[in-house]
Design a protein around this ligand. Structure first.
Ligand SMILES: Cc1cc2nc3c(=O)[nH]c(=O)nc-3n(C[C@H](O)[C@H](O)[C@H](O)COP(=O)(O)OP(=O)(O)OC[C@H]3O[C@@H](n4cnc5c(N)ncnc54)[C@H](O)[C@@H]3O)c2cc1C
Length: 432
């Protein structure tokens, strides 16, 4: 097993850094068990890191950091049940290509696929669609190394499964995940610009009727983009040239360029957004493989908070945010994103017990971020909204205990799986 003593951890957004005492790259499950036992013997803590794509300090540690980057393959595929067992460190983008070769696909995915499978399920990562749960809902079984170094297998329906599948690395190190996949499918994307007021007044009817609905609104513009993604049986209707222009030229060059202009002068931001809006606000229709359409190109580095709101409150909240941004003259420089997720029973999930509308509040740069985040959270708290634990939030444990019905039970179970507190870090200590 490879180890490093001078590793420096930095997350994707570069807002979280730590200096692990030792960084481990285990070759197999025995190595993972040995790391946990060594940590207990030496009185150290262990954090497992995936792709480091969380904005919260959930993966950071100055003690032992474990990466499953070498445990990144498919362990077993059952062509009858369409269930595929993968090692915990596999990156979603790698998994999509392997599934494609077997004629399979994940049922739903988020905006990007840089994450590891275990990292993605552990924070409750979600895509969009009221008939679809968070990514952890696709998990039918998992194996983890608990806080005394034992390998434990849990299946959906087992008593502790709903704690372990979304567990922020606190119940153990997930070494294997079995996913319920489906036959490979194509997705049609239709994007339509509509007036902001029309979007909010028809939001719920539209979201309930669409398979994978998503809204992007560039603050300071009058229009929002409604994206509707639907599984279709016909083949690819997308060109390489179009993908290149949309992903490479428009997203990478133009968007980044305009963002930099906004950085030079804050006063430019509303104008810059209107220019970007004019470029992006056009009707789009294309068909491609599920992951090529549901994923977006990697965005420029930015800050993110995202809260799950009770579904029926979504239009009201969006109108409040619209008013907030305009009356307080917030110089927002990124889209506001709206997505939808079905209720579930995972103890730490933001959608526990309720269909939810996720509203993502994004911002590029440092200036103003903390004060803007606070304003967003003041509104979120009025609606008892629950934060995405892999993104930024400043609400305290008392608030989380009020709005997340499963957190107390999770905390009790966590202590049985991890009696020495070996998987704790500063973030989890604050949370629990
Ligand atoms: C550009 C971008 C776009 C994003 N889009 C979405 C989106 O569409 N939807 C959404 O919901 N989120 C989204 N996210 C957030 C992201 O999906 C989550 O933060 C996710 O948890 C990151 O996965 P990771 O592999 O990087 O895990 P990390 O950030 O490295 O770790 C996250 C947590 O998982 C734990 N963990 C990692 N591996 C294991 C393991 N083997 N066993 C047990 N615990 C483990 C870690 O300890 C930590 O607690 C996005 C993030 C970025 C940067």
């Amino acid at each position: 097993m490879y180890t490093l003593s001078n590793y420096r951890f930095e997350n994707w957004a570069r807002n979280v850094r730590s200096k692990p005492h030792t960084y481990f790259l285990p070759d197999n499950t025995d190595d993972v068990q040995a790391i946990v036992k060594r940590a207990i013997a030496e009185g150290r803590k262990v954090r497992v890191v995936g792709a480091g794509h969380s904005w919260s300090a959930v993966a950071a540690t100055d003690d032992f950091m474990v990466s499953l980057d070498k445990l990144n393959s498919i362990a077993h595929a059952d062509k009858e049940t369409l269930q595929v067992t993968v090692q915990g460190g596999i990156r979603l983008k790698h998994l999509h290509r392997l599934l494609y070769q077997m004629g399979l696909a994940m049922q739903n995915i988020g905006s990007i696929s840089e994450q590891s499978i275990a990292g993605a399920i552990s924070t409750g990562t979600h895509g969009t669609g009221l008939d679809f749960g968070i990514l952890a809902s696709q998990v039918v079984a998992l194996k983890l190394v608990n806080g005394v170094g034992e390998l434990v297998e849990l299946k959906a329906g087992d008593a502790d499964f709903n704690a372990a599948a979304v567990s922020l690395g606190c119940m153990g190190i997930i070494t294997e995940v079995t996913l319920q996949c489906m036959d490979l499918y194509h997705v049609e994307e239709v994007a339509t610009p509509v007036l902001f007021e029309d979007m909010t007044s028809n939001l719920l009817t539209w979201a309930k009727g669409a398979q994978h609905p998503k809204v992007w609104w560039f603050p300071h513009t009058k229009h929002a983009m409604l994206y509707s993604y639907t599984k279709v049986s016909d083949g690819i209707r997308d060109t390489f040239a179009k993908q290149y222009i949309d992903d490479g030229v428009v997203s990478k060059l133009l968007f980044r360029g305009f963002l930099s202009m906004g950085h030079i002068s804050h006063g430019f931001r509303p104008l810059v957004n209107r220019v970007i809006g004019t470029i992006f606000l056009k009707k789009i229709s294309r068909v491609n493989l599920n992951y090529k359409v549901l994923n977006v190109p990697m965005p420029p580095r930015h800050r993110e908070a995202e809260y799950a709101f009770p579904l029926d409150k979504a239009p009201e909240v969006l109108n409040r945010l619209h008013t907030l941004i305009n009356t307080q003259k917030l110089k927002m420089n990124f889209v506001l994103e709206v997505r939808f997720t079905k209720a579930d029973e995972f103890l730490l999930s933001a959608c526990n017990g309720q269909d939810s509308c996720y509203i993502g509040f994004y911002y590029a740069g440092e200036k103003n971020w903390n004060s803007y985040l606070k304003l967003f959270e003041e509104i979120a708290m009025e609606y008892s909204a629950r934060p995405h634990l892999g993104k930024e939030f400043t609400v305290d444990a008392a608030y989380l205990h009020t709005v997340m019905p499963g957190i107390k039970q999770f905390n009790a179970l966590r202590q049985t799986y991890d009696p020495h507190g070996v998987f704790e870090n500063g973030f989890t200590q604050q949370l629990f």
